[in-house]
Design a protein around this ligand. Structure first.
Ligand SMILES: CSC[C@H]1O[C@H](OP(=O)(O)O)[C@H](O)[C@@H]1O
Ligand SMILES: Nc1ncnc2[nH]cnc12
Length: 303
């Protein structure tokens, strides 16, 4: 189902990336499961696409069916590229997160607004191979989409924190106690293993990105609390999965009828520094979705 929406249509098409414990999106009208090939390798799995009200949603489970992919094994580029190929206009990611802040308690939802990247060696850019792009990332999430996602989380019955700095660690091990204390000193409020490079790549693909984290634990900094373990995370996530699906449904209602342009839609206009003639070169072939807007009309030297 390539490119069923263009941003020019004024219609929302929300890509949802479901994290730990959220492997399917809930009821979508006329739901279809599709396999989308990406030039960047295999996405985590099929995409389920359908409508809620007038809004199209396309859902991918980040860790794949049966949670087969570790955070370092997720092909973040393929997932974002595949969503873009479906015609997604905006991406909402839903994640399990640990809390580094007393007031963000297990069960609460946090609409993340800043990220600290401690991941190592993950493919973090679509560009290279002759095409150099430097997108701005000062504010790595879209404030407009985050606002709607936060409203939707509230309507779904969650206690919502508007804003929070997420520390993305490589994992798969949880943090040491010293690291956990250090991240708190850095100003980290929540912690996870997947928001980077996902947010970077969404920005490069000109997709506004929002991240709603569901707090599952207090990591290992809090003396009165047991140290985080997976069983604890999955118990809280299972209890919250219905709320996450309700959030998706509420988002369809929270969005205005028409999608107006976002500055993120055209961020590549001023980010690509390589000579324009290089855009038709070798590296451009696989950028047909991510940077297709800029490549249209250029001769393709690969064919
Ligand atoms: C299953 S526990 C740790 C795992 O959960 C979070 O995943 P996601 O962000 O996809 O919900 C965390 O980042 C770790 O990958
Ligand atoms: N404490 C934690 N550290 C890293 N990722 C997590 N995901 C959920 N809880 C986490």
């Amino acid at each position: 189902m390539p490119n069923t929406t263009t941003k020019a249509s004024g219609k929302w098409h929300i890509g949802v990336i479901g994290g730990s414990g959220l492997y399917e999106p809930g009821a979508l009208e006329d739901a279809q499961e599709i396999r989308v090939a990406s030039a960047f390798g295999a996405p985590s799995g099929p995409i389920t696409t359908g409508h809620i009200g007038g809004v199209r949603f396309s859902f991918i489970a980040r860790h794949g069916a049966g949670h087969a992919l570790a955070p370092s094994e997720v092909n973040y580029r393929a997932n974002i590229d595949a969503l873009k190929r479906c015609g997604v206009t905006d991406v909402v990611a839903i994640s399990a997160i640990g809390s580094l802040a007393e007031e963000m308690a297990p069960g609460d939802f946090v609409v993340v607004d800043q990220l600290i990247d401690r991941t190592l060696g993950r493919a973090r850019s679509f560009f290279g191979d002759g095409i150099v792009a430097h997108v701005p990332l000062a504010d790595p999430v879209c404030p407009r989409l985050s606002q709607f996602a936060g409203e939707a989380a509230g309507k779904a019955g969650a206690k919502v924190h508007a804003g929070g700095t997420y520390v993305a660690i490589e994992g798969p091990q949880f943090s040491t106690r010293a690291e956990s204390h250090m991240y708190r000193q850095w100003g980290g409020q929540v912690i996870g293993m997947t928001a980077m490079p996902e947010a970077r790549l969404a920005r490069e693909a000109e997709l506004p990105y929002a991240l709603v984290g569901m707090v599952t634990d207090y990591d290992c900094w809090r003396e009165s609390d047991a140290d985080v373990d997976v069983a604890e995370i999955l118990t809280v996530m299972r209890a919250n999965a219905d709320k996450a699906r309700a959030l998706i449904a509420a988002l369809a209602e929270a969005l205005p009828a028409t999608r107006s342009a976002s500055p993120i839609d055209t961020v590549l206009d001023t980010a690509i520094v390589s000579a324009r003639e290089n855009l038709a070169g070798l590296g451009a072939a696989r950028l047909d979705a991510v940077a297709g807007r800029l490549l249209q009309g250029l001769p393709n030297r690969d064919t």
